[in-house]
Design a protein around this ligand. Structure first.
Ligand SMILES: *Cc1c(COP(=O)(O)O)cnc(C)c1O
Length: 388
């Protein structure tokens, strides 16, 4: 199998040289005072990227661990929970919530659409006993972005907790934990931060801690326990289990990189990459998967596969012939995704993604105008750089 030249997937994404160097840091004892300092500094850096004064918990394990830990900790059997489903990750959250005993209610839309905050407001009006709303910010498989700013404020105004999967959006799209009144948010460093895929970075509000403390079902003495982190790490300065010291150095490095650039500048960079990519898709004669450009996420572009072709075959062709790794639909539909996350939300990366996709489709007999797509993407990039 040939080596890949460009990793333009929807996470894990290609890491910068600086991140790779940090991941090559010495493996030390986790109670080495230097590591303890690094761990505490990293928590504060994550908090400033989240834009929160709340506590930050950094669990060792890919973001699915943090999502499950949060859901288990927050749900008591019989709690009325509203789960918002606009894609694969929202659907999965509903299965967990049911497993953990929630009285589950869902608002579900097709996976090329997003949740209307007005529907959430109406549900909470007629169901004032709802305890929590679970929502996914960017449904990465379908490339859509839900209005968590509005949903967070609607829930907070009624004292309803929010559990937010912002695994793929933070750093690539505006995300304001405190401003939007969010309770538990889970971020994965391997998406828009361009870091290693081994940690769950979470913000936890005071209200969320209170609910967990009072929940007899919340995990305790468990790898999935947030309360263990509160008691041992925040309370006694002991880790509940050993973190991978190298992952922590990698996460600190990606936090440094985004904070030096500026979180807003990083968000603008992702927006520019997404615009270029979408312009290219349209000019090539293809269609983005989301119902409208207004709901398209800025960290990944999902593209509908032309009739008669299959996303897996297109992706393996793009990789084998052109050395470009793209992502598939992950169960959301017959679509291909070009990730523009972290270091790949930059320069000509989106153009390379368009070239690989367009030329592969052409090779497979589809009618696409690769040249027009590339021109449109370049024009979008040129217009933005001319403006700055
Ligand atoms: C990446 C991602 C996760 C983590 O899930 P994996 O399948 O383990 O990658 C969770 N939620 C969202 C929205 C993601 O993009």
């Amino acid at each position: 199998m040939r080596e890949v030249d460009f990793t333009l997937s929807a996470g894990p994404t290609a890491a910068s040289a600086r991140t790779l160097a940090a991941l090559g840091s010495p493996i030390t004892y986790h109670y080495d005072p230097e590591f303890l300092d690094a761990f505490r500094r990293t928590e504060r850096k994550v908090a400033s990227i989240f834009r929160t004064e709340s506590s930050v918990v950094m669990m060792q394990g890919e973001a699915v661990l943090g999502l499950e830990a949060a859901a288990r900790g927050l749900v008591r059997p019989g709690d009325k929970v509203l789960n918002l489903v606009s894609g694969v990750f929202g659907k999965g959250m509903g299965m967990w919530l049911t497993d953990f005993g929630a009285d589950l209610h869902e608002i579900e839309v097709p996976y090329d659409d997003v949740i209307d905050p007005g529907d959430v407001e109406r549900f909470l009006e007629s169901n004032p006993d709802t305890t929590m709303v679970a929502v996914v910010h960017c449904e990465t498989p379908s490339g859509t972005a839900t209005d968590v700013a509005s949903i967070g404020r609607i829930a907070a105004a009624r004292g309803v907790l929010t559990l937010v999967d912002c695994v793929s959006s933070v750093g690539g799209m505006a995300f304001e934990v405190d401003e939007w009144g969010l309770d538990v948010c889970v971020l994965g460093p391997q998406k828009c931060l361009g870091g290693p895929p081994g940690m769950s970075l979470m913000s936890v509000s005071e209200r969320a801690w209170e609910v967990m403390e009072k929940n007899p079902q919340a995990p305790r003495g468990s790898f999935l326990s947030l309360l263990d982190w509160k008691r041992t790490w925040f309370g006694e300065g002991r880790f509940p289990f050993t973190p991978s010291v190298v992952d922590v150095h990698g996460v600190e490095s990606v936090c440094d990189q985004i904070l030096e650039e500026g979180v807003d500048a990083s968000i603008a960079r992702h927006a520019a990459a997404a615009s270029a990519c979408r312009a290219g898709v349209a000019a090539m004669g293809l269609r983005i998967w989301p119902r409208s450009e207004a709901i398209a996420a800025n960290c990944v572009t999902s593209i509908a596969v032309p009739d008669g072709l299959d996303h897996d075959r297109i992706r393996s062709h793009a990789r084998e012939r052109y050395g470009v790794m793209l992502s598939g639909g992950q169960g959301a539909g017959n679509l291909v995704r070009i990730g523009h996350m972290g270091p790949t939300a930059n320069g000509l990366h989106p153009v390379v993604g368009l070239l690989a996709l367009g030329r592969s489709l052409l090779d497979m007999g589809a009618h696409v105008d690769v040249g027009a797509g590339v021109e449109a993407a370049l024009a979008s990039i040129a217009a933005r750089s001319g403006a700055s």
